[in-house]
Design a binder for this molecule. Structure first.
Ligand code: DX5
Ligand code: ZN
Length: 242
């Protein structure tokens, strides 16, 4: 792609992202009804939410298999929502170009899954996307030491990746708080995302700890009530003072 087009794509990927420092929900379609995916995506868009989280699993890096390139392509053709792709796959560097071509606005790769983390983040940015690193609950923040400046977003996992509907791992809260301090010290434009077990019961503490972009799957799509109500419940719990 030409350099000016790449710059335009990255400008769009940054502009379409939720604003840094501002609370945003990113519903994970992993818990949507895939027979009615368009309906569920429209329900998200109708709430005013601007970003959708797309979980890609390969059955190797994580024990589950979810969705991949064809679904992302269909989503990109059908919606203007920001498409935030979370690659839970081994050797994610092999697929960065393909997911960019399929319409991702952001690609997050796992530090644990990627031998050439630095190069891969550079590649994601060079393709005009936001670049993210995800850390599993057992991975220390020090995994970010040499790459934080290449990240637009860091995804703190508060479950072990692979499945929706798991219980929130509370040790993630201290990790979020430490990362928040670190980012504030550096002044780098990096946002903290949290993924796993985000619900009305946990979202308030996650925000208090210093994260602003909150991924939620089952609490949005499998809450036993319409998406709009589930989103309203999450936002109310995230901002208890409002
Ligand atoms: C889990 C995925 C999550 C998942 C979260 O490995 O990365 O994005 O959809 O699901 P909940 O919100 O149900 O924990
Ligand atoms: Zn995810």
């Amino acid at each position: 792609m030409r350099a000016d087009l790449l710059t335009a794509r990255r400008a769009r990927a940054l502009a379409n992202a939720p604003r840094r420092g501002v609370l945003a929900l990113q519903p994970s379609i992993l818990s949507a009804d895939f027979c009615y995916l368009g309906r569920d995506v429209d329900a998200v868009a109708a709430t005013g939410i601007s970003s959708l989280h797309v979980d890609v699993m390969d059955g190797r890096y994580v024990p589950n298999i979810s969705i991949g390139l064809p679904v992302l392509e269909s989503l990109a053709a059908a919606t203007d929502l920001d498409l935030d792709v979370h690659l839970m796959i081994a050797e994610p560097e092999r697929y960065i170009d393909d997911f960019a071509a399929a319409g991702a606005d952001a690609i997050t790769i796992h530090a644990e899954a990627c031998v050439h983390l630095h190069r891969s983040l550079q590649r994601i940015r060079a393709l005009g996307l936001r670049a993210g690193v995800a850390l599993n609950p057992g991975t220390p923040l020090s995994a970010l030491d040499e790459v934080l400046g290449l990240c637009d977003q860091v995804l703190i996992m508060t479950v072990n990746p692979g499945f929706g509907g798991q219980s929130f791992i509370r040790s993630g809260l201290d990790k979020i708080a430490r990362l928040r301090r670190r980012i504030d010290e550096t002044g780098w434009p990096v946002e903290i995302q949290v993924d796993g077990g985000v619900s009305p019961a946990t979202i308030g503490e996650v925000v208090q700890a210093g994260a602003h972009w909150l991924v939620a799957g089952s609490a949005v799509f499998a809450a036993g009530r319409p998406v709009a109500e589930a989103v309203a419940d999450l936002l109310a719990a995230a901002r208890p003072e409002a």
